[in-house]
Ligand binder design. Structure first.
Ligand SMILES: Cc1cc2nc3c(=O)[nH]c(=O)nc-3n(C[C@H](O)[C@H](O)[C@H](O)COP(=O)(O)OP(=O)(O)OC[C@H]3O[C@@H](n4cnc5c(N)ncnc54)[C@H](O)[C@@H]3O)c2cc1C
Length: 371
């Protein structure tokens, strides 16, 4: 059995960033990732100001700035009405596909600690004894570490293996999304089109592209680009320029919070601890904020042998995740299909919030202030 200071289960965005932070401190860290090759696919694009600060601390902020684009404004629209504009020019949200950000983190980790990331290492068991945690790895030697971090995502097994329950936030919402060329002429703006049949959102991407996301009445599995284009055209009065063969991703926005974020020498972080709705898109940055807090807590545990810093981490980050989920629930409610009367009331609320002085609060919420 090999002994390490820290073992991180899961080499997604959260586990990779924490791996970089710990390797920078010259700690002996190993990141165990069950996939044999990195994941591609469409997931996060938005990197919020606190997330960018975490990337800076991990040494990849400069590269992310160079390759991403800045979203400086959010436009709220409804059929025939301009509801207002929320500006975040001072601390813009950056847009970059998640697989690119993760590639940069993997490269940084490889530069800091060439053997730290182990691909094809699936953790199948965990047990704590004598001041260390032993991890069983499928078809591999067991790994022992003085601290373990579960960064194994929404579907990972660590939370269950630790006997930690979780609580679902009521409310689920089906969506479909696809990327195409940006013909809006607003490469610095996110657009939120409120509609009684469900919101349509669009976000600029690097390389002159734009991501379109539509809320659906039911599951979007099997939807193709033509159907998504028609759905959006029916609400906006104009079809977005999505190619017929553009890949469409269907997803369900839902939220779930772990009942505890730590157990002895094991801490939970990222989606393993909190599944936050992608509507508002703050889950990845929230996981990076966990990493910043864990970096300090783990250093203290290793220096003192006491696990109290992990318990303090758990309380503080769980409270922060709850705040993020409340904000995301509000975002989801604003995008839900609605009756005429309810939609009119929603328009009035959004119009008030998108105007001074309230729009400063909206900008703070969109840019993750206070989390
Ligand atoms: C459609 C969509 C859009 C989104 N948009 C945004 C956005 O714009 N901004 C934002 O901030 N967030 C967004 N999110 C959320 C974001 O994608 C997640 O919060 C983020 O990926 C979570 O990272 P993670 O590292 O915690 O988990 P994951 O990315 O899920 O990584 C977990 C890793 O653990 C590995 N693993 C699992 N089990 C084991 C095991 N037993 N042993 C070893 N390894 C294991 C997995 O293979 C995986 O690589 C979006 C999500 C979706 C679905």
């Amino acid at each position: 059995m090999s002994g390490h200071d820290v073992a991180i289960v899961g080499g997604g965005s959260a586990g990779l960033l924490l791996g970089c932070l710990l390797a920078q401190r010259a700690l002996d860290v190993v990141v165990l990732e069950r996939r044999a090759a990195p994941a591609g696919g469409s997931r996060a694009i938005g990197i919020h100001p606190p997330g960018l600060r975490a990337l800076d601390r991990a040494g990849v902020g400069g590269r992310v700035r160079d390759e991403s684009i800045a979203i400086r404004e959010g436009l709220a629209l409804a059929p025939g009405i301009d509801l207002g504009t929320v500006r975040f020019d001072r601390s813009p949200i950056r847009a970059l596909p998640q697989h690119r950000t993760e590639a940069m983190l993997r490269e940084r980790l490889a530069a800091l600690a060439p053997d730290a990331l182990r691909l094809g290492a699936e953790v199948v068991g965990a047990s704590e004894a004598g001041g260390a945690v032993a991890l069983a790895v499928a078809e591999g030697a067991a790994v022992e570490a003085r601290c373990v971090v579960a960064a194994d995502g929404v579907h990972g097994p660590m939370r269950g293996m630790l006997g930690i329950g979780s609580t679902a936030v009521p409310g689920e919402a089906h969506h479909a999304m696809a990327d195409g060329p940006d013909a809006t002429g607003r490469a610095d703006a996110a657009m939120l089109h409120l509609h009684p049949e469900g919101i349509v959102e669009s976000f600029p991407l690097p390389g002159g592209a734009r991501r379109w996301v539509a809320r659906l009445e039911g599951p979007g599995a099997g939807m193709d680009a033509q159907a998504l284009r028609a759905t959006i055209a029916a609400r906006l009065g104009a079809a977005p320029p999505l190619a017929d063969d553009a890949p469409v991703s269907a997803f369900v926005a839902r939220q779930r919070l772990a009942d505890r974020f730590a157990c002895g020498r094991v801490a939970l972080m990222g989606d393993a601890a909190h599944e936050v709705s992608p509507i508002g898109g703050q889950g990845m940055s929230l996981g990076w904020l966990d990493a910043l807090a864990l970096e300090a807590a783990i250093a203290e545990v290793l220096a003192t042998g006491r696990t109290a810093p992990l318990a303090a981490y758990a309380r503080a980050r769980r409270a922060s995740a709850r705040r993020a989920m409340r904000r995301a629930s509000w975002n989801m409610a604003m995008g839900a299909p609605a009756s005429e009367a309810r939609f009119a009331a929603r328009i009035a609320v959004v119009r008030a919030l998108a105007a001074p002085p309230a729009r400063r609060l909206l900008a703070a919420s969109f840019t993750m202030r206070g989390l």
